[in-house]
Ligand binder design. Structure first.
Ligand code: UT7
Length: 334
């Protein structure tokens, strides 16, 4: 019997309207547009405004777009996996909330926590349910409202992160298109360099943890940078070698958008020219779990059936990974 591949058959995305520009950050903290652009490549990032709005609200918009594009009923979706670092609540899972809000009443769902590598991890997990024949329609989401854990007095983190996310539909493909290979790595000893100090079971929220600003992202940027440059490039190179991919036959690199310098280092290691690299960090900053699906969303109509796509990410944990997929469809011209 022909092997079942899990193929992406539709993409949806969402970024909030509000643009937090470098000029605005200059007024809020001791920084400059020049510093931010030179060190990160970021010009602006989006922020979700509005009382009671969370990651699920952005994910629902992405899911609705995807479902409309594919022309299916939300009730056909069997499983929803949501990669997020900023869940709506500690529990229940954000995936459950998304299912409810988007009318996916026949689906079960859960969240995956792997920080910036979350979408790659969740995609790998979702693909298993398709490849085994267990499910025919699985939605994988990567979404974050990073502004909810951002200390806007800390210039080392506040300039980097933004809000947004995207979703993909996975369906079985019997012609060899879809997910071909993926690899994932974790090194928990890296947690000291990038984490949220309080709010978990080790250090539940108290008046002190709030006063000490321990519910925000804590990052030792230089350490993370060194690991990210090395590992994201290495994992991308490894997936190329083991699938006989070359700079010529890779059509697109979809890199996690953490820092332009990390993206460039990964592309250089793969010998890829800039025109083969998806980059939107200047517009959205680092949306954590959202970066990869947001790239697929923006580039959907530029990808073609049979394109060789490599996704690569590095994030808190530490976590990192890469995925190789053969794109499964041409987007109809509008
Ligand atoms: O997505 C999850 C994984 N995360 C990452 O991949 C992030 C990896 N790290 C980075 O992208 C970079 O380390 C940062 C963008 C966070 C920082 O860039 P850097 O080139 O590593 O800067 P640095 O931390 O070495 O700081 C250089 C200088 C310091 O001043 P001194 O000590 O040289 O006087 C900082 O205090 O820049 C200063 N600085 C700033 N200056 C203006 C730090 N942040 C800012 C700022 N504006 N926003």
């Amino acid at each position: 019997m022909q092997k079942i591949h899990a193929a992406i058959t539709a993409v949806g995305g969402y970024v909030p309207e509000y643009r937090l520009t470098n000029a605005e950050l200059e007024k809020m903290m001791d920084t400059t547009d020049e510093w931010i652009q030179t060190r990160t490549g970021i010009k602006e990032r989006r922020v979700l405004k509005g009382e009671g709005k969370g990651s699920s609200d952005m994910a629902v918009e992405a899911v609705k777009e995807l479902i409309a594009k594919r022309g299916i009923d939300p009730k056909e979706i069997e499983l929803v996996i949501c990669a997020t670092t900023t869940p709506d609540m500690q529990f229940p899972a954000t995936a459950n909330i998304i299912c409810d809000k988007a009318g996916m009443t026949n689906a079960w769902g859960y969240d995956v926590g792997a920080a910036c590598s979350g979408f790659i991890f969740a995609l790998t997990v979702g693909a298993q349910f398709i490849e085994t024949g267990k499910h025919k329609k699985v939605i994988v989401i990567g979404v974050d409202k990073m502004s909810s854990i951002m200390n806007y007095e800390d210039r080392t983190t506040a300039i980097i992160f933004g809000d947004g996310g995207g979703a993909v539909l996975l369906e079985p493909n019997y012609e060899g298109y879809g997910m071909i290979d993926s690899l994932q790595r974790t090194d928990g000893s890296g947690r000291i360099y990038l984490h949220q100090k309080a709010g978990g079971s080790v250090k539940p929220a108290t008046v002190e943890t709030v006063m000490n600003r321990e519910h925000f992202v804590y990052q030792e940027g230089q350490h993370v940078f060194k690991f990210a440059v090395k590992n994201m490039a290495e994992v991308a190179a490894e997936i190329m070698v083991r699938n006989n991919l070359t700079a010529e036959n890779v059509t697109w690199l979809v890199p996690h958008q953490a820092n332009m310098r990390i993206i460039n280092a990964t592309a250089e290691r793969m010998n890829l020219p800039p025109e083969k690299v998806m980059v939107n960090i200047m517009k959205y900053g680092n949306t954590t779990n959202g970066t990869l699906p947001l790239c697929l969303w923006e580039w959907e109509d530029k990808m073609h059936k049979g394109d060789n796509i490599v996704l690569a990410a590095f994030g808190g944990g530490f976590t990192w990974g890469a995925t190789y997929l053969k794109w499964a469809y041409d987007t109809p011209k509008k």
